[in-house]
Every structure is written in C-alpha cells, then in structure tokens.
Design a protein around this ligand. Sequence first.
Ligand code: 4AZ
Length: 827
Amino acid sequence: MEKPNCDDSAKPADLNVSNISVQMVTPPEKLPVRKPPRRPPRKPIGKVKLKKKKVKKVPFWNIQNKIILFTAFLIILAVITWTLLWLHISQSESKDAFYFVGLFRIANIEFLPEYRQKESREFLSVAQNVQQVMNLVYTTSAFSKFYKKSVVADVSNNNEGGLLVHFWLVFVVPHAKVFCEECVAAILKDSIQTSIVNRTSVGSLQGLAVDMDSVVLNGVSSFKLCYKGCAHDLYADHPFQHFPLEISATSGHLMCHFKLTASVGYLIRLSIVSLQIEADNCITDSLTIYDSLMPIKSTILYRICEPTRSLMSFVSTNNLMLVTFKSPRVRKLSGIRGYFEVIPEEKCGSTILAKESIGFEGKISSPYFPSYYPPKCKCTWKFQTPLPSLGIALKFHNYTITKKNMKGCDHGWWEINEHMYCGSYIDHQTVFRIASSVGHVQLQCSSRLSDKPLLVEYGSYNISQPCPARHFRCSTGLCVPQARRCDGINDCFDESDELFCGMLKPACNVSAFQSQAPLVCDGFRDCEDGQDEENCTQRIPCNNQTFKCGNDVCFKKKNAKCDGTVDCPDGSDEKGCSCSRTASSLLHRIIGGSDTQEGGWPWQVSLHFVGSAYCGASVISREWLLSAAHCFQGSRLSDPRPWTAHLGMYIQGNAKFVSPVRRIVVHEYYNSQTFDYDIALLQLSTAWPENMKQLIQPICIPPLGQKVHSGEKCWITGWGRRNEADSKGSTILQQAEVELIDQTLCVSTYGIVTARMLCAGVMSGKRDACKGDSGGPLSCQRKSDGKWILTGIVSWGRGCGRADFPGVYTRVSNFVPWIHRYVPSLL
Ligand code: 4AZ
C-alpha cells in the first residue's frame, strides 16, 4: 500500500515539495563561430607612389578574439545556469502539497474477508477501481492542474452494509495560490449523481454506487497519516469481552495508532483507565478517538489533552474506531492503559407511566450511560401521569436546560411538549417541571463530539403546589425545607435560598451559635460580629483532616495554612505564605487618581494575543495565572500558542518578563451565554525568575466559600478602555477603587447573576472595568493581616461606567478546589 511522505519533521499542510519534475533547457551543442567582417580596400592618398605592401593577415585565433569568445561563453553559461536554477527553484520550492483524507460507502459491493489483506488481489482490485474513479473526478474538475493522486488505505465492512472505503488524496499547489479546501469535498459530492425518483442517498460516482450521506473529506497534515512502527489493526468479535489497549514509554517518542474493527452490527466501546501525557491543550500530546479508521477531523469523537486516572469510556456510531496517541517528547512516563469492547447498538427512549405518589421514582439517561454518548443521537421519552393534577418533574444531575435562543445548542437540544431548550453542564442539580400530565421529551445530541453522560431522575409532582409544604422553591427548581433558608448554606446551589435574607437572617446570639452546627468554628465568619469563629483553636488529635501547628496543637481545618485566618496559637499556619504583600510595603501606592505607581500591583498581568493586548490576568504562583474563561472562547483563542503573558508591566508593552503560554484550562462548566463559571487557568511556558520578586508577586487565593461583605472597598486594575466609547486601551496601568455590592441588589439589576458571580462598582457608575480589563483582578486587602486577596476576576457588565449597572466579577472563593486541582503547590 502506498504511503504519504512519512518524514516526521515534515510540516503539516504547507509541506514543501522538492521532488517535482523540472523541465530542463538543453544548451546548444556548439556555439557558432562568427567570421570577421571584410574591410573595404583603402584608397591611395595623393600621388605618392605606394610600395605595394603585402597586408599581413591577422589569424582568427588571436589572443583578443580568444578572450572575447571566452567571455561570451562564460556569459552564456551563466545565463543558462541561472535559468535552470530559477526554473528549479520556482518549480520545486514554491509548491505546497495538500493532503486530504476521507471515506465513502459503496452500497452495492459485498465485503470479502480478503479486503483486510492490503496485498490481496481482491483489495488491490477495489482500490484500483476507486483510485481510477477519483482520478477521473479530479482530473476533469477545476482542480485538475493541482491533483496528484489518490490512494485507497482501507476497505472495511460496516453496519450500513456494502463497503466503507477510506482514502487519501494529494494536491500540489503553487505556493502563492490560495487553495479552497472545502472545494475538494464539494467536487466529490457534486460528482455523485443521485436520482430524485428512487429517493435514496445512493448515487452514481462514475459507475460506483456511492452513498452521498456517507461522504466525508477533510484536509489533514501529512504526518498524521504516518505512524511508523506503532500501528495496530485490531479485530474483535466477542461482545463484552475486554480487549486490552496498552502502550507506555519513559523516554523517546511515542506515536501510535490503533484501528479497531468489530463484527458487523456491533459498536465499539473504548474505556480509558489511565492516560499519562503532558498537558498542553493537545499541542504536542493527545489521545484522539475517531469514528472512522483514518484521522478524519470531522469524525473526531473526543480528544483528551490532559493526563487522567478516572475511567472514561466512549462509544462509536459504527463498527469502527481509530485511536491515535501522540506524545512526541516523552520525558517521564507516557502511555495509555485501557481496553475496548464490542457492544450491541442500544435504542434509547421509552414510554413511562409515572406513579400517583409524588416524588422521584426512576431514572432516564443518555445513550450508553455511563459512557460518553456519541453524536447524532435522538431519544424520545413519553411520560404520562395517572391524574391531570400531576405534572412531570425531571431532575437533571449536573446539567440544566434553558429556553433555546437564536443560537444553536452546544450540549443537547431538548424538545419538551413542542418547546425547544438547550442543555448545558453545571456543577449541581436542577429540576425542570412539566405542568402537564403528558410529557413528550426528546433529546437530540447537538454536539459534534461525544458528550458527558447524562442522568435524569423523573417523577410526578402536584402542579398546584410544586414543592411540598414548608419548603422553599429554588430557582434551580429544587425544593429546600424553609428551615434551611437563610442559614448561610447554599442549599439551592445557586444561592437563591440565601438571597433576600436581610429580614430573615437568624441572629448570631449565643443560642444560635450553639444550636446551628454549621455556624461553629468552620473558618467562616458567619456572624457579623465574628462570634461563631471566636475561641475556636482546640487541641485535638492530629489526623489527615487537621492542620498541625508549630507547637503540636492540631487545628481542625485541613486547609488552615495561608487562608488569612490565624488558626494556630503561634500563628504558624500563616507564616511563610508566599502570596501577596502586606499593606506596609504598598503604602506609597494607595493614593487617589487613576494612574497606578510602577510595581504597585505586582500580580497584574497583560495577556497578548498575536502580539496585541487582549485581556488581563493575575499571577497566583511561579507558573500559573488566573484569568477569565471568556478571553479564550473559540478555536483560535483557546489555542495557547498565539498568547504571551506580560508580567511586571506598568507601561503597556514594556514588561519586565514575557513568557509564552503553555496551557490554557478553561473551566469545564463555562457557559458562553450566561458567562457563568467565567474562570480560566494559564500555565506559563517559563516560570518567572525568583530575582524579579520586587516587581512580580502572586496574589492570595481566598479561602473556599469566603464571604464578602457589601460595602467592602476593593481595587480593579487594567490597561482596558477608559471610556465605553474609546477605541483602544490605556498605556499606563489604571486603578480604581470600587465597592462590593449586595448580591440581592445585583440580581435585581441584572436578573441572571449566579452564585459564581459578584458585583462591584459604584452606583454612580463612575468607577468600573471595561473592554480589555477582562480577566484582570478585583483585589481586596484583608484587614486582619493586610494581605491582598483575589476576590474577583473582571467578567462582564452592561456597558462600562453606566449608573446603576455595576461590573460583574467571577467569585474566586467558589473555585478554590478547582484551582487546587491544577495548582496543588498553592496548598
Ligand atoms: C469587556 O467587554 C467588559 N463594565 C469588561 C467589563 C465590563 C464590561 C465589559 C464591566 O471585557
């Protein structure tokens, strides 16, 4: 079987082609020798008798002529050499090879086991036939000049019947020419002649019965077609038997692909037990699962860019799967441990008769639960309750559905009694109630990739009283006992039980302190007067849930260190904490005006995208920054390569330290429509040097669940716009003092302000963040020790500096475990 040029160093699509034929210009065999012109005879002058002198004939090969001829020869030789060189360069160096990879189904040819052998007559005959057809298609198209060849790589059976043919194509295009990649697929599809009469998607492609709906064709980097030395073709036919899939290395490079094929009528489930790779957003290391036998981009089921130790499984939509593992620079252990199984196709959806008793009684789930569900699914559940007064309640685990707007849905379309909703993943439960005894619920998988498994509990509820007596109905749809409202605990998951609590808040008197367990010594000042946190240091047995103070006293909080509260009697928990500075060293900075002082905000970072300032961020450790997820939304912005982080900067563009960004971790629940979970971590390619401590310093992460108090004064900083109408940001780092705003007031201003957000500003609107400040810090100085805490991240707001519309910030205290998952050194 022919292979593409498998040079690992080959650049992707812009691979230079050096072996293009060159038209040689043959030099003439001999140069014609010119005869010297004859001179006219001289006339005699006067009467002078001339002696008849014999004119001496000068020989042609005299020195002078030889020099002239030699020079002419040299010039001609130089011209010929230059022409040949120019031709060679123009033909070989300025051409690019474009590779494409694709598949289609031939409906009317039966699969033969011999097709698995690439040297068999049967395979070669089909391959030749398909290649001829492809040659005909492209040599008669507008791209005929560029078309080089097509190669059939695999012929397999599949669940739709007939043959599934995987192939690749090469086009060679002059360097300067723009090549329309979509056109290559369009030419192929347009060449299939389908008949309207027989109403099938199968048409004729130069005599081949090709299924139009099966055609997939994408551009591909040539090196993706080469897996020298580590290519496995695996067949499995025993359902549910585990076939191992394991490779590992501790040095060198590890690039492997596994082609998995199951018996016809079955699917493949791949389970990843553990994956060891370098985490860098799949730039170098990745595990990619394809729904085909070749690396066709649009058939990607899932890509894993991070090491993992938790079991994940993925299901194909056909009896084929390709798994590619890429770790080109193995420094420590790299590898994959997993297995695959052959599983039967599952039908999803059912008809469900709910019981008369109120409450959740059963579960429905996404197809192939608990595996990630494959794209292109459609499940319908028909619910019926026994009484017209009972509706259907659906409790979504870590998921919510909201009314669909003009945009499409990223994580599932839901049609519920003819209304459309979009699904999104969150970190808590929500309840959706259908106020009807009949519920027609349909899930369509909108994602092009596989998506996280979904679990939904269902049951009937009383339409006239959705929550049981003495319960509060949260805006997440959950019902919370009234007794647990306004107790400082976020029972609703969106804090709706803790909003509008001013009047209801239990007094923190001695009895409340004793009777309400959560108010006692949990490190949070629940009572305004701090009564609940007084006298809390206790001598208790040390274990892994405690923090050991310097004098062998154990404190009950495991994460007591550097949380800003002096827990140990000797203060050892707050010693040697590396974040931020105390107020004394910053005294000179806190003055009025809007220009900052150089070095005043040493955690402030400017993030540049392709060389231009785009967002802000904060230094939280030697190699990690915290910013906003919305700065990295979209395929170009989520790629770390065009980003650089500028640290220790005062005047825009004059940073003391610049590092490329190695990895961007956007929160998995970030919602681009509501800006919920607007947080992202950035790992620097190079840690900032220790000797820059004067100019670069991390800011402290707040303790988990830290309460903020409305009216508290904090600072926002950034190089963003100074006016909503400005077209560019400021040159000097700006600062403004803002006030934390009551959450209830903010909710009443904006409506959707979730528990992951907080508002800050001044109600006159005079001080605010704006475009370009996003991702930057909302820094609050803790009174107890003068430390600076990263309370918020600039996220969104209605315009900038508008009266009554404060800025909205990501509430960092909600993300402490998430941050520690990636930056354990902060612990
Ligand atoms: C922005 O577009 C932006 N006034 C940031 C903050 C605010 C508004 C817009 C808050 O990045």
